[in-house]
Each structure stands twice: as structure tokens, then as C-alpha cells.
Design a protein around this ligand. Structure first.
Ligand code: PNS
Length: 171
């Protein structure tokens, strides 16, 4: 059996947080090639995103550059639509890496991993524990704080904090 060389780290990244950057860095520590896959929209709840797909991809690229992840090599960011397992196949990736914060993440992630395993038994789901320092960080908390004018500098890369300020100043 071959070792997995290439994994996908998928998400909505609306916007990317330091918690996401931590998970992507860990994925790169474990696997030589990592594709960060930015989903078109958060269809699971039928609501749109604060940032467009292009904006979210651009913020991720800037954030990974800023945080020294791109410098490691083997990491790229791509948008995707449709099923995650189809995207993994198109990219010849053998696994999906996601971060787990609290138990509350577990049930949802297990359900998605089970569904993906049903659709594509050849694609492995791998979970990494997020840094406890980022346990409470989520894109929705970041959006809420930023929309209320609160400082989010401790939760997101500096380039994202700037984009959030611009976004909510215009809103
Ligand atoms: O940022 P999130 O909410 O954790 O990301 C969820 C995402 C985008 C990874 C998930 O919704 C997804 O894989 N969407 C693509 C559609 C798909 O494959 N659905 C079946 C698995 S849930």
C-alpha cells in the first residue's frame, strides 16, 4: 500500500483564521503536498458567505504567505465547487485533513467523514487536534466580533484583520 503524499484541507474559510492556519501547517508537517480547497459557499445551511470565493482564496494565499506556510513549499490554494471527494480525485489527493476543536465539532465532522467514506472509500479522512489556544476561534465568531467593531488581531492573520476592517466599514 502506498503512503498518502497529497491531502486536501477543505473549508469555507469565511474568513481564514489563525486556527485554520494552524491546521494547514500541521497538515503540511504530516504530508508533503497540501491543497487548501476553498468551497464556493456554505451550502449546508443554505446561507451565503460574507466574502466572495475570489476574496476568500486571495485572503488564504496572503495569510499563508504572511504566516510562513507557503515558504515551506508543497502548499497551494484552489477554489472548488461540487463534491469534495470529486475534487480530491481530480487533484489526485489521497486524503482530507480537518481540524477538531471541541467535542461539538466531532459529531458534524464524523458525519461528513462517514458520508465521504461512503462516496469514496479510497479517500482517507484525517483529523488533527487544533491548538488549544485557538479552541474558541471560528470564522463566525471572527465575523461577529469584526462586525461589532471589536479587535480580531489575535484571531486572524494581520492581512485578514485589515480586510475585515475594510469589509465592515463598507457594510
Ligand atoms: O468550513 P467548513 O464548514 O468546515 O467546510 C465544510 C466543507 C466545505 C468542507 C463541506 O461542506 C464540504 O465538503 N462541502 C463540499 C460538498 C460535499 O462534498 N458535501 C458532502 C460532504 S459533507
Amino acid at each position: 500500500m502506498n503512503h498518502i503524499q497529497h491531502v486536501v484541507v477543505p473549508g469555507t474559510f469565511d474568513p481564514v483564521t489563525l486556527g485554520h492556519v494552524d491546521v494547514i501547517g500541521r497538515a503540511r508537517h504530516l504530508f508533503p503536498q497540501v491543497t487548501v480547497a476553498v468551497a464556493e459557499s456554505r451550502t449546508k445551511r443554505g446561507v451565503g458567505t460574507a466574502f466572495t470565493l475570489d476574496e476568500r482564496v486571495e485572503m488564504l494565499r496572503d495569510a499563508l504567505e504572511e504566516q510562513g506556510i507557503i515558504r515551506l513549499g508543497g502548499v497551494r490554494v484552489l477554489p472548488f465547487t461540487g463534491l469534495l471527494v470529486d475534487f480530491c480525485r481530480e487533484q489526485s489527493a489521497g486524503g482530507v485533513v480537518k481540524g477538531l476543536r471541541a467535542m461539538t465539532d466531532f459529531e458534524y465532522e464524523l458525519q461528513q467523514a462517514d458520508l465521504n467514506a461512503h462516496l469514496a472509500p479510497d479517500i482517507e479522512s484525517v483529523f488533527v487536534m487544533s491548538n488549544p489556544g485557538y479552541g474558541y476561534v471560528s470564522s463566525s465568531i471572527v465575523r461577529e466580533l469584526a462586525s461589532l467593531g471589536s479587535d480580531v488581531d489575535m484571531l486572524v492573520p494581520a492581512c485578514v484583520a485589515v480586510r475585515l476592517k475594510e469589509h465592515f466599514a463598507d457594510a
